[in-house]
Design a protein around this ligand. Structure first.
Ligand code: IPM
Ligand code: MG
Length: 451
């Protein structure tokens, strides 16, 4: 990839000066020399769709052009991006308890990495969750929502905690901020990478013998449908005085199709290219529909991807019995909520797990608008003590660079800095295994130094 990247960069420079034919032949030679063929696309600024420049008859090679972003994409979904100068506009929502601490640790790292690659970062910080309630009387203040609308992506900390437990249910940080944000921006695809680093093997509760190859999986959870949002959703009093509550699990074809497409794209970017669909199709109608749509879609659009099936109870068991078997796990909203926490714990510390919630809308650069947050929550028990592990927040910022800006090189640099810091033995308490631990600030400083 390195050779191809350098070679291609040089050629792209030439293309910029009008020598399209040369680039065409580069694409062909890359296709011939590599194990996979390539196509190019170059993102169009301020437009959702890249503009095709020419198509090769030997599909799947395509070239797209614009001034902003240049990427080489393998037909297997891998991508190398060339950083044209980008000005990233981000809404930063630190939230509650450890949220502001890990956010403060992250921003200098993000800024330094972007600057090093010639990009600029413009961000504004806004209250959300309990902080929103305290500052503006509302978990998702109007100005916070407006700032998110004006941004290319949202970098989110964590919300909720005991301080706001007496606030009316629907106004609490989780129900009042996180769920409305998901719904407002149609963040339908929750991508949670479950990666157990070799250096952190001990942090997994799973016996090492069961995970000889570690864990490297991704949970793709549908996030704006199902029982979280389905109507009716209410509590009523029956004629005999009993209370009755109802939640509704509802899914339609288009909702299942678009999340399946995210799973296919994710699987294609990975070695094993395998999707495991998790459902309860021996009981639930919605699961029968999921099963039908996903099976048909993968067969029609992705014959190169292997699809396997597990019932959700069995999947919960397999995740502890043999987590290494999973590559891409695809599932509906509530199953994904539960299984992604299980995945988090088998992968060791919650303090290491990032997540991306990708929207149906595109940002100014034509990439998905998204919300990026650590999976671990606001951790009130360790808040304000400089104890929280900032890695999940830092890795979430890296995910943002990948998904919402296509800046894979910058993201990779941040991810490598996190790994190198951990490998060098600098650890927060949650991943120190009783050894010397550093605080949030020192951990972040060590990572910053490696950029
Ligand atoms: C998550 C969380 C949320 C969810 C809560 C806080 C509403 O558990 O992001 O997984 O259930 O989706
Ligand atoms: Mg959850």
């Amino acid at each position: 990839m390195k050779f191809a990247e350098a070679h291609a960069l040089e050629k792209v420079e030439k293309w910029k000066s009008g020598r399209v034919e040369e680039l065409k032949s580069l694409v062909v030679s890359l296709a011939k020399q590599g194990k996979e063929s390539f196509f190019y696309f170059i993102k169009v600024k301020l437009s959702a769709k890249p503009t095709p420049l020419f198509h090769f008859s030997t599909s799947p090679l395509l070239l797209f052009r614009s001034e902003q972003q240049i990427s080489i994409c393998g037909n297997a979904g891998t991508r190398v991006s060339f950083p044209a100068i980008m000005d990233l506009k981000i809404a930063v929502l630190p939230g509650d308890y450890i949220g502001p601490e890990v956010m403060e640790a992250t921003l200098p790292i993000l800024e330094k990495a972007l600057k090093k690659h010639g990009h600029t970062l413009e961000y504004s910080v806004h209250p959300v969750g309990g902080a929103g309630i305290d500052a503006c009387g509302k978990a998702l203040p109007d100005e916070t929502l407006a700032a998110c609308r004006a941004a290319d992506a949202i970098l989110f900390g964590s919300v909720g905690g005991p301080k706001w437990k007496d606030v009316p249910r629907n106004e609490q940080p989780e129900r009042g901020a996180l769920l409305p944000l998901r719904k407002n921006f149609e963040l339908f695809a929750n991508v949670r990478p479950g990666l157990l680093l070799p250096a952190l093997m001990q942090s997994s509760p799973i016996a090492p013998a069961r995970i000889p190859n570690g864990i490297d999986m991704v949970c793709i959870r549908e996030l704006t449908g199902g029982i979280y949002f389905g109507q009716p959703k209410q509590t009523t009093t029956l004629p005999n005085g009993e209370l009755e509550a109802v939640d509704t699990m509802r899914y339609r074809t288009s909702e299942i199709e678009r999340i399946t497409d995210v799973a296919i794209a994710t699987a294609r970017g990975r070695e094993r290219k395998t999707i495991c669909l998790v459902d309860k199709s021996n009981v639930l109608e919605t699961s029968v529909l999921w099963n039908k749509i996903v099976t048909e879609r993968v067969a029609a659009l992705a014959p190169d991807v292997t699809l396997t099936h597990l019932l959700v109870d069995n999947a919960a068991m397999q995740l502890v019995a043999n987590p290494g078997q999973f590559d891409v796990l695809l599932t509906e909203n509530m199953f994904g909520d539960i299984l992604s926490d299980e995945m988090a714990v088998v992968c060791g510390s919650l303090g290491m797990l990032s997540s991306a919630s990708l929207g149906a809308q595109k940002n100014r650069y034509g990439f998905p608008f998204g919300l990026y947050e650590p999976s671990g929550g606001s951790a009130p028990d360790i808040a304000g003590q400089d104890k929280a592990n900032p890695c999940a927040q830092i890795l979430s910022a890296a995910l943002m660079l990948r998904h919402s800006f296509g800046l894979h090189d910058v993201a990779a640099e941040i991810e490598a800095a996190v790994r190198a810091t951990i490998d060098a033995g600098t650890r927060t308490a949650d991943i120190a295994f009783g050894g010397n631990a550093v605080g949030t600030k020192a951990m972040a400083a060590a990572i910053l130094e490696k950029i």
